[in-house]
Design a protein around this ligand. Structure first.
Ligand code: ZN
Length: 400
């Protein structure tokens, strides 16, 4: 779906990606009912609500916050969608009403389909380990011990993903990557090291059990801020050297697009899961496409009724009730960036920023609930405001 030009073949490939849904749906539904049964036995209305409660997320707050974010980023998203659809019309020689998920680069329309290999020119010949080490040195943080323990490059038979792992909650922190020469992998190396410096920063006297983040949101935020720098002009110049301005601008624009596109996908996933657990007996495929049209504003293909498209997404079955964390992490990341400017008059790549994050964000480990930690770092509880200012400012200008 990234490269195929033939429309019928693309449609067929998209359809094929949904076939797994039919195989899995009955089993996922059995699992959903079991999860609900366990939640009921503990006095919760359903499993989704139980998971939110156990993760210290206030359910009504979450839905209200996402609703707010969705409305305030609507104009900016529509602008991005227009840009994408124009490109798709030109690429596939179809009319706008014929467009659908088949025209995107992956089956769920969660990634930027305009993401081009052009941007990979930016990282040609760059040594990512060296470049990332220099990045963190600018924050006053030495990541060499982590890199020495890390597995950086592709090889046959190796796990194909990327992650960070703290082996002993002492000093042995490692990352696994599969670096190849793309901007995506520069982002990923910075991202995983962001998790790693968080783990490195726990106050040493904390008991073992508290040497962890209070929630995925807070460590994701650090990793996300660092990863974003692979696309922002100022940081890019330092990471990869001086490059043509047009290319840097393209990278910057692609970051904004990706933020808006992915946020819509999180809204679909969160609303769907919340409804799935509230009532697993409803017409789930109709619900799924209703949400895709509502948030992603992508036309549902005809003839999807009675199918199991929702069940083809890995997380629905096997990583339930946590997708929302990605967007809360992005919101917190934007809030941290504003705090750094306010508190240190400096960007992320400064010793002052490194110091502040070490002391306030990493140091406390799991001593306070995640939302208190957010307040501890930024002086405020989590809202979408900073994220909206950073990525969806069109709307705010329109309102004035
Ligand atoms: Zn991460």
């Amino acid at each position: 779906m990234k490269n195929e030009q033939n429309v019928p073949v693309r449609k067929e490939a998209w359809e094929a990606s949904k076939q797994i849904g039919r195989e899995l749906a009955p089993q996922i539904l059995a699992l959903v009912r079991l999860r609900n049964q366990a939640a009921h036995s503990l006095g919760y209305s359903d499993y989704f609500q139980m998971q939110l409660d156990l993760q210290e997320i206030d359910g009504p707050w979450l839905l209200k916050t996402f609703d707010d974010l969705s409305q305030r980023s609507n104009a900016a998203y529509l602008e991005v969608l227009e840009e994408i659809e124009q490109a798709q019309i030109a690429q596939f020689h179809v009319e706008v009403k014929e467009l659908g998920p088949w025209a995107w680069g992956e089956p769920f329309c969660q990634e930027d389909p305009l993401d081009s290999h052009e941007l990979d020119q930016l990282v040609e010949g760059v040594d990512f380990s060296q470049s990332a080490a220099a990045f963190y040195t600018r924050m006053g943080i030495d990541v060499d011990p982590i890199l020495q323990h890390s597995d950086m490059y592709e090889r046959p038979g190796k796990n194909q993903h990327a992650f960070c792992i703290n082996m002993d909650r002492e000093e042995d922190i490692r990352t696994l990557n599969n670096v190849n020469s793309t901007i995506k992998w520069l982002e990923t190396v910075l991202h995983e090291l962001g998790h790693a410096i968080y783990e490195m920063g726990f106050e040493p006297h904390l008991p073992w059990l508290l040497k962890e983040p209070p929630h995925m949101i807070t460590t994701e935020a650090m990793a996300l801020i660092a990863g974003r720098k692979a696309y922002t002009a100022d940081s890019l110049r330092r990471l990869v050297g001086e490059k043509p301005k047009a290319l840097l601008q393209l990278a910057d624009r692609s970051l904004k697009r990706r933020q808006l596109i992915f946020s819509r996908w999180v809204l679909v996933m969160t609303a769907f899961e919340s409804e799935l657990y509230r009532n697993p007996d409803q017409d789930l495929n109709t619900l799924w496409w209703h949400l895709v049209e509502k948030y992603q504003k992508i036309r549902a293909p005809k003839d999807r009724s009675g199918k199991w498209d929702w069940a083809a997404k890995y997380h629905i079955g096997l990583a339930p009730a946590y997708y929302y964390s990605y967007l809360l992490g992005e919101m917190f990341a934007s809030a941290i960036e504003e705090t750094l400017v306010k508190e240190c008059q400096a960007s992320l790549e400064s010793p002052q920023a490194g110091k502040l994050l070490n002391k306030k964000l990493f140091g406390p480990g799991n001593r306070m609930p995640w939302n208190d930690l957010v307040h501890h770092v930024t002086g405020d509880f989590l809202t979408p405001d900073a994220w909206i200012r950073e990525f969806a400012s069109v709307r705010e200008l329109d309102l004035r």
